[in-house]
Write a new protein. Structure first.
Length: 180
């Protein structure tokens, strides 16, 4: 089990993210953008999300809980049936959430998986289910390259041996070496 600090640059928005990750347990992050500073905490068990809290400091906060696989509740404990079946989340301002399905699932080269994700738009704090497809394309040294597709977007992301994004072209780049 590891605990590490990782830093990413948001290339498109000229922003920086610093995140502390404890393997199999949680991730806590600050993302500094022109429009404000965000904090998020994701709790997970074996890379399956059990809760997420996203906050735009001094403005908005969103809390979602997943007490069982594919079941979602709001901050008041009310069921969110529109999210039924989704296991992973995708927060718009971070590459970290791509690591959740990559690390939760076992992958073989060439394997493709279409997953229902809870997409969280950090600009307006809305969330909705979306289909995302990951395909394990190839190895590049110790890294793995995945195709990542949504209904309107496609790119290749590169992750290291810990399943953490090192390259997300045009969006995010690793800003510091990852050390355990």
């Amino acid at each position: 089990m590891y605990m590490l600090d990782v830093y990413w640059r948001n290339v498109r928005e000229m922003a920086l993210e610093g995140i502390r990750i404890k393997e199999f347990d949680y991730a806590s992050s600050s993302v500094i953008l022109r429009r404000g500073t965000y904090h998020y905490t994701i709790m997970f068990d074996g890379w399956r999300v059990t809760s997420v809290r996203l906050e735009l400091v001094n403005k908005h906060a969103l809390i979602l809980q997943s007490p069982a696989e594919g079941e979602w509740l709001d901050a008041d404990g009310e069921q969110l049936p529109e999210l039924a079946g989704a296991i992973d989340i995708d927060i718009s301002i971070t590459p970290f959430t791509n690591s959740l399905p990559i690390n939760r699932l076992d992958w073989e080269r060439g394997q493709e998986r279409t997953l229902t994700m809870v997409y969280i738009d950090a600009e307006d704090f809305t969330f909705k289910p979306v289909e995302q497809t990951y395909t394990y394309l190839r190895d590049e040294g110790e890294n793995r390259v995945f195709s990542y597709e949504t209904e309107s977007y496609q790119t290749e992301i590169t992750v290291n041996e810990l399943g953490l994004v090192v390259s997300y072209p045009g969006e995010f780049e690793l800003d510091s070496p990852i050390k355990r």
